[in-house]
Design a protein around this ligand. Structure first.
Ligand code: IFM
Length: 726
């Protein structure tokens, strides 16, 4: 049994950034970093908004953080008690991840006694525009208490400031901030109204860069002074008049009251957990890690939209430009397919709706078809810069080719759509534009096929595979196999069109497309296991690179933050790879390989993998399970499940800060439990399992959705009992 509570009981200023991720709460529309209410931008406070971006000058385009209406601190007998200034005598941060409740408790020893501050807050799962906070102050001696609470418009930005102006106003007892973005002149409106359980001596509103109420109280010892904050956030992307909407809503929720809203919020979470909780008897650490990972996926799921995706760092801030990567389709999608297929549809609908951006990108490079953004923002705009890493030695931007050469991104979208229809049986996604995405992605790869003089075999040259340390390689096994998958999927879609006799809007010549994709899928080169070793070369010439142990390679670093890849990186001319590459391919296409080939490649590539991306470990875990090695898989599972609890993970790529939550890793941990240890697979309309549980796991229980039916899976002694329950 787990407690559903993550706690940190000592105060450490150096952990402010990591704790912001660890104690994050959110509801898919916004994410609130786990920072204290008294913190300001220097402590990485963020109410990070999904799907709305801004660019200032030539700096990186990134998502917006809303003005912070949680801002609150106290003054007692003329002295401020607010971290990070001063030292608390105790400080606890906690996250109840069953219900997305952030809690904190700080107490300060003063000359006369003790002052305690308690906080509880949540981002409503019932109405995504609402944030609620309860703020309580107690002292064990009488004194003059001032509570300052309001809206802090000085938001934390990496590449801002994103607001050209912030207008503050007051409508009766509602504080309002109305911020205007720089690039698109969008509006972000935040309203705040409070309630309290005491008679204030005086309340007045002060305005400078913040709009703050000062509430003065003759505080009596032992009495707990409670303030309830009701906050609403709307942007001009949500509605025509965001101020009006946010003011109306804040009044409504104020009328309802904190406890009723909390109750409804908890009920919503209970519903969500009902289909997604995983119970592991015999391993509390794993059970906590996996449900905490699932918690993060729930907190960023765009349930409020029909067409929106999840950024690589979730809603934990502006890292990675708040952009959508292949992480969503290849690492997070399975979780939503199994637990909330509607969310999976929303994620893929975003890709269908951004097809135009992908076609523009292809045409920019002189190609036909759809080349999806490596770092996708709204309308499929590719936020990936040509210089995505800063050289630590010169401080100069370094040319990287992620945007130009990670062509495997388009196949990830195709993979996601095909998986969605196979798992749900809902073909609407195909008829509502999915068919076009798949055909255009296939067209894109078709453009890129090359043959050597005198050969009929198609090659994909000058690409980057999942392993980003080796740029501009030829015939990356993963990329080529995924391109083949794309051709095969396009053929499936053409068949569907023909069989169902519906007419696509486009003037496609289906026969012509069929013949070219058929040819491409037969003749594309897929690197094979070498005869003697069974090793699949990651790309042409990989076998002749320097073979060096990772620890010895590290000794060559001149600077801790130095980038390992690119033209001069220490890994570039060696066999050391950043993340699972061939192993990712083996996981996806395991049916085409023997267990022996998988095992040999696992044993070969694992010691050569730096796991410099949080996407890596789960692929090794999954393939280890497929090779019947759950205990080898287990540490990789923990690595995937725990990065946000432990606060580890890479913080820098060159001089670029890349800290934040790791939803792809969370999704990978989920896949490992359900598809790896649980061995779940879907075949011919039936949920099947080939369990392979780690030692000590007495039983594993979860639910999965398949073809619009819900199944309960109970596994004990590596035997699965699977029952349809809905
Ligand atoms: O998509 C990943 C990529 O594979 C490795 N670098 C980080 C990206 C975002 O998570």
């Amino acid at each position: 049994m787990i407690s559903w509570l993550i706690e940190e009981n000592s105060y450490d200023k150096d952990k402010i950034s990591a704790n912001g991720n660890k104690f994050l709460i959110g509801n898919g529309y916004l994410g609130i970093r786990g920072t204290l209410p008294e913190y300001e931008k220097d402590q990485f406070v963020a109410i990070n908004l999904s799907g709305i971006y801004d660019q200032v000058g030539n700096a990186w385009r990134e998502p917006l953080n809303a003005p912070n209406a949680l801002f609150t601190y106290v003054e007692f007998d003329g002295q401020e008690y607010r971290l990070p200034n001063g030292e608390p005598s105790t400080n606890t941060l906690a996250l109840d991840y069953r219900y997305g409740l952030f809690k904190s408790k700080s107490s300060f020893g003063t000359d006369k006694g003790r002052l305690s501050i308690e906080v509880e807050r949540f981002a409503s799962m019932v109405n995504e525009h609402c944030i609620l906070m309860k703020y309580s102050v107690t002292s064990d001696y009488d004194g003059e208490l001032n509570i300052y609470t309001g809206i802090d418009g000085e938001v934390w930005d990496i590449n801002g400031p994103h607001y050209d102006e912030i207008r503050y106003s007051i409508q009766e007892d509602v504080l309002i901030s109305n911020a205007l973005t720089h690039e698109n002149k969008d509006r972000v409106c935040v309203s705040e109204k409070i309630k309290y359980n005491f008679e204030a001596k005086k309340e007045k509103v002060e305005k400078d860069n913040k709009l703050v109420r000062k509430i003065s109280i003759d505080a009596k010892k032992g009495f707990t002074y409670e303030i309830y904050k009701f906050i609403t956030v709307y942007t001009s992307k949500d509605c025509k008049n965001p101020i009006e909407e946010s003011v109306t809503l804040v009044r409504n929720i104020w009328d309802k009251g904190y406890f009723k809203l909390l109750e409804e919020h908890k009920r919503e979470w209970d519903k969500i957990w009902d289909t997604s909780e995983i119970i592991i008897d015999g391993d509390d650490k794993a059970e906590e890690g996996i449900n905490y990972s699932i918690y993060h996926l729930h907190s960023i799921a765009p349930r409020h939209s029909k067409s929106l995706s999840i950024p690589a760092r979730g809603l934990s801030g502006q890292t990675y430009k708040g952009a959508i990567f292949w992480d969503t389709e290849m690492f997070m999608l399975d979780f939503f397919l199994n637990t909330e297929p509607d969310v999976a549809k929303t994620l893929l609908k975003y890709r269908i709706d951004t097809l135009e951006g992908a076609m523009k990108k292809a045409s920019f490079y002189g190609y036909k078809g759809a080349f999806y953004a490596w770092e996708s923002q709204e309308n499929g705009y590719d936020a990936c810069s040509d210089y995505n890493v800063t050289d630590v030695f010169t401080g100069r931007p370094m040319r990287t080719y992620f945007k130009d050469k990670q062509i495997h991104i388009s196949s990830a979208i195709v993979y996601g759509i095909m998986k969605y229809i196979n798992r749900t049986g809902d073909y609407d996604l195909i008829t509502e534009g999915g068919y076009k995405v798949i055909i255009e992605c296939a067209n894109f790869y078709h453009n890129l096929l090359l043959t050597k003089v005198g050969s009929e075999v198609y090659e994909l040259r000058d690409v980057i595979g999942p392993d980003e340390y080796h740029e501009r390689v030829n015939n990356n096994a993963y990329t080529n196999r995924m391109a083949k998958f794309t051709f095969e999927s396009a053929l499936d879609v053409i068949k569907m069109i023909k069989e169902n006799k519906w007419k696509p809007e486009e003037e496609y010549s289906l026969e012509e497309l069929e013949s070219k994709f058929e040819d491409a899928s037969c003749k594309i080169y897929i690197p094979k296991p070498e005869d003697k070793t069974s090793i699949i070369p990651q790309f042409d010439g990989y076998e002749s690179l320097e073979d060096i142990e990772i620890n010895r390679l590290k000794e060559r670093l001149l600077n801790d933050k130095e980038y390992w890849g690119g033209a001069y990186g220490i890994a570039s001319d060696t066999k050391v790879i950043k993340q699972a590459d061939v192993i990712t391919m083996l996981n996806l296409f395991h049916k085409e390989y023997s267990e022996e080939v998988m095992l040999k490649n696992w044993q070969y590539y694992e010691p050569r993998t730096e796991h410099g991306s949080s996407l890596s470990a789960c692929m090794y875990a999954l393939v280890a399970c497929k090779c019947g090695m759950p205990d080898r898989a287990y540490p990789f599972f923990l690595k995937s499940a725990l990065p946000d609890i432990l606060g580890g993970g890479k913080q820098w790529a060159g001089l670029i800060y890349i800290g934040g939550t790791h939803p792809a890793s969370s999704g990978g941990a989920y896949m490992t439990v359900v598809e790896g240890f649980g061995g779940i697979y879907f075949e011919d309309g039936v949920v099947k399992a080939r369990p392979c549980m780690p030692e000590g796991w007495k039983s594993l229980k979860f639910k999965v959705s398949y073809l619009n039916k819900l199944y309960q899976v109970n596994i004990e002694n590596n035997k699965a009992d699977i029952k349809q329950i809905q």
